[in-house]
Design a protein around this ligand. Structure first.
Ligand code: NAP
Length: 294
């Protein structure tokens, strides 16, 4: 059997980013300032720092201004909330992103709740969650929105198909379930988690299987139906002495074996990750346009 086709997140994200760039150029040509994204980074987690650098690079390439507010890991919650309040008030800033995870002494949900929902370009504020679940316009969380966009642009049918998501986080699994079941997308969705019984059998029923677990190679070929589309959200570091840095990144899916059965599969890296960044840029442009139109 032929190997499944690659869902090339990098290429699809490049197309989205080019559209954002065109939208930014149009705003500027109309005499508006470029959209402006503020990113807050607390602590020195190397993975978070690298994600932030990637987001800033992508913003710059799309013509979006960006500023990173960097703090030591012992920043107090009061100081962080003060900063958020200032950024909310600052009319030269369209979008605010607080890079997660925050150090343990900072309550991430309390911080996110203080963001202005209209600048919440990560789509994690409870108001935007409510908008997602009630079908109103808001900011969609970037990873789930990126997955939907990737399916749509690859002409992968969702209507009347069975989608199974492994993972129920507020960041990925839960909002993705809401997006997949929306009218017009019309998938029938099952959400699995660590307490799910018969997980492998449920996964095997999926036309679209999404893994958002955080465990390397968790999804094996026996869990996948022949012809399924498999979306791998996971990013896991595994030791690799052949690499200079001593590790490599892999997803939650046993890519090689699963590709033999699936019709479509996302690689890691180069699948969902680039789409997440592209949707952040798209949300930032949307925030800027909303601010202009009042
Ligand atoms: P999370 O908050 O840790 O959630 C993981 C989910 O997996 C939980 O719902 C957990 O179930 C479930 N799970 C854990 N072990 C399981 C098992 N043995 N069987 C079934 N379900 C199990 O993680 P997350 O934030 O959603 O992220 C998931 C992965 O995606 C991570 O690797 C993360 O780095 C990656 N990620 C990638 C992107 C991207 O842009 N590519 C964006 C976000 C996240 P319980 O709820 O029962 O504990």
């Amino acid at each position: 059997m032929a190997a499944g086709r690659l869902l090339d997140g990098k290429a699809i994200a490049a197309a989205v980013r080019a559209e954002v760039r065109a939208g930014v150029d149009e705003l500027v040509a109309q005499g508006h300032r470029a959209p402006n994204l503020a990113v807050v980074l607390v602590g020195n987690d190397p993975a978070s720092a690298s994600y932030v650098r990637g987001k800033m690079r992508a913003s710059a390439a799309a013509g979006i201004e960006g500023e990173t507010f960097k703090f030591d890991r012992d920043l107090s919650e009061a100081d962080l909330l003060d900063l958020v309040a200032r950024l909310n008030e600052d009319s030269s800033i369209d979008g605010i992103l607080v890079q997660l995870p925050l150090p343990p002494h900072l309550d991430a949900s309390r911080v996110i709740e203080r963001l202005s929902p209209d600048k919440d370009v990560d789509g994690l504020h409870v108001i935007n969650t409510g908008r997602l679940w009630t079908g109103r316009d808001g900011f969609l969380p970037c990873t789930p929105a990126g997955i939907l966009e990737m399916l749509r642009r690859s002409n992968i049918e969702t209507r009347m198909r069975r989608a199974v998501i492994i993972g129920r986080s507020n960041l990925v699994g839960k909002p993705l379930s809401g997006l997949l079941m929306r009218k017009g997308t019309d998938a029938t969705v099952t959400v699995c988690h660590s307490r799910t019984r018969d997980l492998a059998a449920i996964c095997h029923e999926a036309d679209i299987l999404i893994a958002a677990i955080g465990r390397a190679h968790f999804v094996t070929a026996t869990m996948v139906k022949t012809g399924a589309a498999v979306i791998d959200v996971g990013i896991n570091r595994i030791d690799d002495p052949t690499r200079d840095r001593g590790y490599r990144l892999v997803g939650d899916v046993d890519f090689k074996a699963v590709r033999e059965k699936a019709d479509w599969i996302t690689p890691v890296p180069g699948g969902v990750g680039p789409m997440t960044i592209a949707m952040l840029l798209s949300n930032t442009l949307k925030a800027a346009k909303r601010l202009i139109s009042g």
